[in-house]
Design a protein around this ligand. Structure first.
Ligand SMILES: *Cc1c(COP(=O)(O)O)cnc(C)c1O
Length: 383
């Protein structure tokens, strides 16, 4: 798939606000919580998601995803939970992919039963696995590709076709790919979600979320969003808009580094298996090539049995062992001990997560420095 030629320009300029007063080069910040009164429908107010900076940023990210409209939230989970609740009511059912971001899984398991909303998780990642779970009261399908942490790929076109054939909505958490590498709306997916805390922010200093879709679906979202009230402060909205100007450059550098690291790890004797859709031996490499513009900055690998995973992480010097991901600095974690620690052992095994797995978020540092840090940490394991 070809990337729209003007993507880099959209990163810099889409949705920007003009400084009419002084002619400054960048979008001015409007932190007002109080605006001139027009009428109840069109009054501007932060929790109505319609202040100048909120609207400008929503326009920018919508342009990057090829969506008609968007809405900015205070966190990825605020975006995800509000989008789901806006499209569901008591008695409805949703099909979720089994390999799901932990926070989303917890939300579904803890909150849905309180509202009488039913859900099921698929047993696999093909559209047949999804179709099997569809019931009479199913309203939507929810996916995440590439998945966390094993980087499995789902066919976007097949899922959107399946949803349409059954009159369901389709939602995707597109956080791992970022709009640089994957634009699900082009494949017919209805609603795109992002934790902007990750690639969109990109500097590990912003917590935010985004929902994107048709004008109609965002209007529907607003009816619930104004009640749940999960809007983002205009200061952070402004900072996020600044961050996205370099989104293309950052993610492109992360794509390049990640492929080099995956290829390096594959040849190392202390690594048993590498999970990266950019590797030609990845089971969904051809599909990834078809529906992604780049393979992303996330990869995972299994250390061999001689390596102590915890010690390996603690002995890294440049690469920080941290919970989050997608910053310009390389980070690593053990899903078994952290992001997926709350799953049952059975659930972890079903997703292919063992104690030797390391999830790696590639930064923009020099490849040689990242590689050397991994090597020196392995050397410290030797007795
Ligand atoms: C981090 C993350 C989220 C949640 O985002 P927050 O900003 O932490 O609320 C959702 N989905 C994915 C894939 C994530 O990585």
């Amino acid at each position: 798939m070809k990337k729209q030629a003007d993507f880099k320009t959209l990163c810099v300029h889409a949705g920007e606000l003009k400084d009419e007063q002084f002619g400054g080069a960048i979008s001015p910040l409007f932190p007002s919580t109080s605006y001139a009164f027009n009428d109840v429908e069109s009054s501007q107010y932060p929790r109505y998601f319609n202040t100048p900076n909120q609207r400008g940023l929503a326009k920018k990210i919508a342009a990057l995803e090829g969506a008609e409209a968007g809405m900015i939230f205070g966190s990825g989970m605020a975006a995800i939970s509000t989008a789901l609740m806006a499209h569901l009511e008591s008695g409805d059912h949703v099909v979720f992919q089994n390999d799901l971001y932990g926070g989303t899984r917890n939300f579904v398991k803890h909150e849905f039963p309180k509202f009488g909303i039913e859900f099921s998780f698929t047993s696999g990642m093909t559209s047949d696995d999804f179709e099997k779970e569809i019931r009479e009261n199913t309203k939507g399908i929810y996916i995440e590709t590439p998945s966390n942490p094993t980087l499995k790929i789902i066919d976007l076109k097949e899922i959107s076709d399946l949803a349409k054939a059954h009159g369901l909505w389709s939602m995707i958490d597109n956080t791992f790919a970022s709009p640089v590498n994957q634009n699900p709306i082009h494949f017919g997916i209805d609603i795109v979600l992002h934790s902007a805390t990750k690639y969109l922010g990109g500097h590990s200093d912003i917590c935010a979320g985004v929902v994107l879709g048709s004008q109609v679906s965002i209007e529907r979202l607003f009816l619930s969003a104004k009640n749940f009230g999960g809007s983002l402060s205009d200061y952070t909205v402004w900072l996020l808009e600044r961050s996205i100007k370099t989104l293309f450059l950052r993610v492109q550098a992360q794509n390049t580094n990640a492929l080099k690291i995956a290829e390096f790890l594959e040849k190392e004797s202390w690594v048993d298996q590498v999970f990266y859709p950019g590797l030609s031996n990845h089971p969904n490499h051809e599909l990834a090539k078809k529906q992604m513009h780049g393979f992303g900055g996330m990869l995972s690998f299994n250390l061999n049995a001689q390596i102590d995973a915890k010690k390996f992480l603690l002995n890294l010097e440049l690469i920080k062992p941290t919970m989050s991901l997608a910053g310009i600095e390389s980070t690593a974690l053990s899903p078994h001990l952290t992001s997926h620690a709350l799953l049952t052992e059975e659930e972890r095994i079903a997703q292919g997560i063992g104690p030797q797995m390391i999830r790696f978020s590639t930064g923009i540092e020099a490849f040689e420095d990242i590689k050397n840090d991994l090597i020196q940490s392995v050397k410290l394991q030797d007795p």
